[in-house]
Write a protein of this length. Structure first.
Length: 231
């Protein structure tokens, strides 16, 4: 495969889409650093054993700023060609008026605030012409929301998109590529068993979209087929 190879840091790589991305970038010849929560064994550990030393595992709880800072210190001196943040939770399909404050805070912190803290803290490690991406969703699109439902999850992804827009606006002269990626409706714990795509069907498209956007500065909101997702 005629890829430009490099080093990718994938935050949230222990299972499903994150694990699939780690495996895909290894297959494409990249070196990968993947993060997991806690100290338990995951699928990423199995992948690392078969990687010939090209996959390193770091522990990170993304909602803890001090852990993000500690990871930044551990990676001091490394140059990343790709920083990709894959993280999201949902807590059921409640109308927003029925969402407890604690649930609202948890979902917003995990889906929007945490990823942006990672981007802000670890972004300086990314090469001047590298790529910073976060896993978004078409459910974060305001213009596509014609049916409602999943109020809190939608709001968290819209918030993530807006915060990435703020990040990009503050760095208008930055040559790096900034990506919001919609992986499609995927059969994961989040997407559910009735989703249209398997992880194996979604991930290669996500990786290929990242590859094709390399060297294109600015913020791009795209799906796993490389198509523009409307704001």
């Amino acid at each position: 495969m005629n890829d430009t190879r490099g080093t990718a840091l994938i935050v949230g790589a222990s299972r499903t889409l994150g694990l699939g991305l780690a495996a895909e970038f290894l297959r494409r010849g990249w070196d990968v650093i993947g993060t997991v929560r806690g100290s338990g064994r995951t699928g990423l550990h199995d992948l690392a054993e078969d990687s010939g030393g090209r996959l390193a595992i770091e522990s990170l709880e993304m909602t803890e700023p001090e852990q993000i800072a500690a990871l930044r210190d551990r990676l001091e001196g490394r140059t990343l060609d790709l920083l990709f943040v894959n993280a999201a939770i949902t807590r059921g399909d409640l109308p927003i008026g029925e969402v407890p404050t604690e649930m609202f805070t948890e979902v917003m912190s995990t889906n929007a605030l945490g990823p942006m803290r990672v981007v802000e803290t670890l972004g300086p490690l990314v090469a001047p012409t590298g790529t910073i991406g976060v896993m978004s969703s078409d459910q974060g699109s305001i213009s596509l929301n014609t049916r409602g439902g999943q109020d809190l999850y939608r709001a968290s992804k819209s918030a993530l998109n807006q915060l990435m827009r703020c990040y990009a606006a503050r760095r208008a002269d930055d040559a790096r590529t900034l990506l919001l990626l919609d992986p499609g409706w995927v059969r994961t714990g989040l997407g559910g068993p009735d989703a249209e795509l398997s992880v194996e069907e979604s991930v290669p498209g996500v990786a290929e979209t990242i590859k094709r956007q390399q060297g294109k500065p600015g913020l791009h909101f795209l799906d796993h087929q490389g198509q523009v997702v409307p704001w």
